[in-house]
Design a protein around this ligand. Structure first.
Ligand code: ZN
Ligand code: ZN
Length: 563
């Protein structure tokens, strides 16, 4: 800064401060050097007699790069207002600023501007547009621009791929990666981190391992971003040992890295180890936990039943780290109390909190009511706001109906069922993903789309026959459709995770564990059937459902039938 001020003084003394060239160079220096200051650059600007486009671009770029996207956009507006024409170098940073604030409407009008000025063929502008649309979740628009790019850079591939990942289209992300490799574009650390995210979302461990090899082979640096993405991928694919290995060899770790590790351990019922990492982070590094870290450790406590530890952590979050509890933190505590059977304490906490409870929190209390008898009134009082928040969540109706049934209140059971039926069953269809031979397959309930569909359905029947011999009885209590008993059995038998398991059994090497990820909570019937399958077929089955991992081995599950 002092150099800048001296230079500025010199320009003033020699009467050059108003001439465009030296003054705009000074602005450039101010705006773009790490020691510069945007405020100073802004002060210099009015002194220039006729600032050129280069100077305007420098300002916009400077604001975008220093994390002030709104100022960058305002500056662009000012440029247009005074009728100073933008050029091709103006737009990439304006678009980037727009992506930062995620303003789709503004982005569309900038896009129109680009077209009107005839700049659409510019590669940097195209890439920035793809990225903007991806960030704003308008994938169709992103794809349209992307398809027009004649010379795609790694940056433009990355924008498209991260758009697919963010838009929950992992398969498209993998396909784009294939295409990218075919045209000999080399994935870089950004591509790899996005794809690892897609693997984590789908439980595609094989592809994740391939990416890990690729990172090693290409010498891609295992920095905090790539390393954390790897840890997260292994953890979410149920391979916590590999996550720990990666964690062990990483040199650069940040709070996200530590939290990813804690999360992975918490989800596979190693709550104590998860907390161990938390304390290790506090004791051996200068890294401060953030709000997400606390959600993670509090969930670890709740999954492991560590009530006192949870209480302590909840208190120290605000006292020692100045983090105000959000509804998620209260939710974890309520869940912790509910799971431990402390329904009254859970309720007291909910009533005392200064925030509106969310669906997860109300759901925890409702499931607590379903586990401890005599709480019908409480159940009703949380079910109505819960149904207002999530009118199509089947689990709520099921819990409520079970609670009434346990008190023999059959009229109420019927009433709940009618209400559910009236809603027309628009719940999210259950879907299970399984990766076989480097490809991710999706099954939905009753699915017949797979080319091996006949074999898969035959296998389901075989499984049913074999597990019945072992004493399995189908549990139809959670099927909420208005069907007769046989039809209910038919529906249950074709739940997506059963189809995925059958497919895994017929198509995978018998020494490999079968890994499935499911978008909803696994139902009680699938859970007890998979326990049997793990015994009858001597196979390890790892199912990640909406809230946790289930590792089925030799007839039992790691969750201890509590999920
Ligand atoms: Zn099921
Ligand atoms: Zn389980």
């Amino acid at each position: 800064m002092r150099d800048l001020q001296q230079l500025h003084a010199h320009l003033l003394k020699t009467g050059q401060a108003q001439s465009t060239y030296p003054a705009s160079k000074l602005i450039q220096f101010c705006a773009l050097s790490p020691s510069g200051s945007m405020a100073y650059a802004q002060r210099l600007l009015p002194a220039i007699e006729s600032p050129d486009t280069f100077t305007f671009n420098t300002m916009i770029r400077g604001y975008t790069k220093t994390g002030a996207p709104k100022q960058a956009l305002l500056f662009f507006v000012y440029m247009i207002e005074i009728a100073h024409p933008p050029n091709t170098h103006t737009f990439p940073f304006v678009l980037k600023a727009c992506a930062h604030v995620e303003e789709l409407k503004l982005g569309q009008s900038l896009h129109a501007h680009v077209v009107k000025l005839g700049f659409l063929a510019d590669m940097h502008i195209q890439t920035a547009l793809v990225s903007l649309y991806s960030v704003c979740s308008d994938l169709e628009a992103a794809q349209r621009v992307f398809d027009r790019i004649t010379h795609r850079t790694v940056a433009s591939w990355n924008s498209m791929i991260s758009g697919y990942v963010k838009g929950n289209l992992p398969k498209r992300a993998f396909e784009a990666c294939d295409e990218m490799l075919q045209v000999a574009a080399e994935p870089d650390e950004v591509t790899v981190a996005s794809l690892l995210c897609a693997c984590a979302d789908t439980g595609a461990l094989g592809l994740g391992r391939w990416l890990h090899d690729y990172i090693a082979k290409k010498g891609i640096k295992l920095d905090a971003i790539v390393g954390t993405a790897l840890i997260d991928m292994y953890a979410k694919c149920g391979s916590i040992e590999r996550a720990e290995e990666v964690f062990g060899i990483m040199h650069e770790k940040n709070v996200l890295t530590w939290t990813a590790m804690m999360w992975g351990l918490a989800m596979c019922d190693r709550g104590e180890s998860s907390l161990g990492f938390f304390y290790q982070m506090l004791e051996t590094t200068d890294i401060k936990p953030d709000a997400v870290t606390f959600v993670t450790v509090l969930s670890a406590c709740s999954h492991t039943g560590l009530v006192d530890e949870g209480r302590r952590l909840f208190a120290c979050m605000t006292r020692d780290f100045g983090i105000e509890p959000r509804v998620e933190h209260f939710g974890c505590m309520v869940d912790l109390f509910s799971r431990a059977g402390l329904v009254d304490e859970a309720l007291k906490l909910m009533e005392s909190m200064p925030l509106e409870p969310d669906a997860a929190l109300l759901g925890s209390i409702l499931s607590a009511c379903s586990r401890s008898p005599g709480h019908v009134e409480l159940a009703e009082s949380v079910a109505s706001p819960l149904l207002a928040l999530e009118p199509d969540n089947e689990a709520t109706y099921v819990l409520l109906s079970n609670i009434y049934a346990s008190e023999n209140r059959w009229d109420d059971v019927v009433r709940v069922r009618k209400r559910m039926k009236a809603r027309g069953m628009t719940k999210t269809p259950g879907s299970s993903l399984i990766e076989v031979g480097g490809q991710v397959y999706e099954f939905i309930a009753g699915d017949k789309r797979h080319p091996l569909s006949n074999d898969i359905h035959k296998m389901v029947e075989e499984i049913e026959r074999k597990v019945k011999e072992m004493g399995y009885v189908m549990d139809i209590s959670e099927v909420f459709l208005d069907l007769d008993g046989d039809m209910k059995k038919e529906v249950l038998l074709h739940h997506s995770e059963k189809l995925a398991v059958a497919f895994g059994l017929i198509s995978m090497n018998s020494s490999e564990p079968i890994r499935i990820s499911k978008n909803l909570r696994i139902c009680g019937d699938c859970h007890s059937m998979l326990k049997m399958v793990s015994m009858v077929y001597s196979r390890e089955l790892i199912v990640r459902d909406r809230s946790r991992f289930h590792r089925f081995r030799e007839g039992s599950c790691s969750c201890g039938d509590f999920w």
